[in-house]
Design a protein around this ligand. Structure first.
Ligand code: CP
Length: 350
């Protein structure tokens, strides 16, 4: 039984203390923030995603997966633009036999008649078993998960990107990509990872940073223009968690030091008054000339969409992993949804 708690008290809890509110009978129920995941969960999710990938290679396997959650329904509420996250969640639901409905344009919902966003989300939840949501407002997915916990019919909420704050399922697919890439090279433990670009406003790098604290001996290089460096809250978190990190403005100096380089675009949709235009972002672009600086077994990642942060002549290099990340995202999301609805045991036994 979940303890009743008011929103103001709940929002002030540490991420790790919120875990019990995102869990039902020992199984994950809501996916809201990267701090809710621990190492056993991450390892298991990677193994489950790999198992699903294998099963899905054959027609019989696909039919088995589609039989698992045929009675479930999901609502995809995406009111911020998305290509990959929306389509990979839609595909993940279809793979598991879940029926989907969607709202992508809030002007078509009764929010336009003055209904609060909270009431709108509660209404959606009345029709489905799962709400997958992307929203401009930081922590709104968390608030919806808290709100639905207070109702007589709570349904699962998955945060598919919440403003500048978090993108926990992107971080899971990034971990899965790192896990697969370093499977024969000692795993993620002990690796050096550079995050490059707009780290202040990039939610993918924030969520991935939270997840990396689950790995031993990881070192993170934050490579960013001074005004777009990683937020102090995350740096405090790493210090408390005793994760080694360094800040830099020099991409070329950092490239030879790392096992993975995670490029990101400038997040100028969050500009207040055109401040991105004053920043020379070209110093944070990775091009073909940088490939010779990179270790032979290092990988290049990007959550996408990209602009000019990675030139297209890098795409053919075997170390470029960003297109694999896209596909990995679908498998990780299948694994996550299967776990939420407790279909993972059947999958593992297949
Ligand atoms: N990586 C990612 O979140 O992409 P979309 O914005 O296209 O969903």
């Amino acid at each position: 039984m979940i303890r009743a708690i008011d929103w103001e008290t709940f929002r002030e809890l540490r991420g790790s203390d919120k875990r019990e509110y995102f869990t039902r009978d020992g199984t994950i129920f809501h996916v809201v923030m990267a701090q809710q995941f621990d190492r056993p969960f991450l390892d298991y999710t990677c193994d489950l995603a790999t198992k699903i990938r294998g099963i899905a290679k054959g027609n019989q396997g696909m039919l088995f997966l589609q039989s698992l959650l045929q009675t479930k329904r999901a609502m995809l509420y995406f009111v911020q633009p998305s290509t990959r996250t929306f389509l990979s969640f839609m595909s993940a639901c279809q793979i598991l036999g879940i029926k989907c409905s969607e709202v992508r344009d809030p002007t078509t919902s009764s929010e336009m008649k003055g209904e609060t966003q909270e009431d709108t989300l509660r209404t959606f939840s009345s029709y489905v078993d799962l709400v997958i949501m992307r929203h401009l407002q930081e922590r709104f997915a968390e608030k919806v998960a808290w709100l639905l916990n207070q109702t007589g019919r709570p349904v699962s909420v998955i945060n598919a990107g919440s403003g500048r704050d978090q993108h926990p399922t992107q971080a899971l697919l990034d971990i899965y990509t790192l896990h697969r890439s370093f499977e024969n090279y000692g795993g993620i433990d002990g690796k050096a990872i550079a995050m490059v670009g707009d780290l202040l406003r990039g939610r993918t790098v924030r969520s991935l940073t939270y997840l990396l604290k689950n790995y031993e001996g990881v070192k993170i290089y934050f490579v960013a223009p001074r005004d777009l460096q990683m937020g102090q809250d995350l740096k405090n978190y790493l210090e408390e968690s005793e994760v080694d990190f360094e800040e830099s403005e020099n991409l070329e100096e950092v490239i030879p030091l790392v096992d993975a380089i995670y490029m990101t675009r400038i997040q100028d949709e969050y500009d207040q008054s055109g401040e991105s235009k004053k920043i020379d972002y070209s110093r944070f672009h990775f091009s073909g000339k940088h490939l010779k600086l990179l270790k032979p077994n290092a990988i290049i990642m990007h959550p996408l969409p990209r602009r000019a942060e990675i030139s297209t002549d890098v795409d053919q290099d075997r170390r470029a992993m960003y297109w694999r990340q896209v596909r990995n995202g679908m498998w990780v999301r299948v694994a996550l949804i299967a776990k939420i609805f407790r279909a993972d045991g059947e999958i593992m036994n297949y």
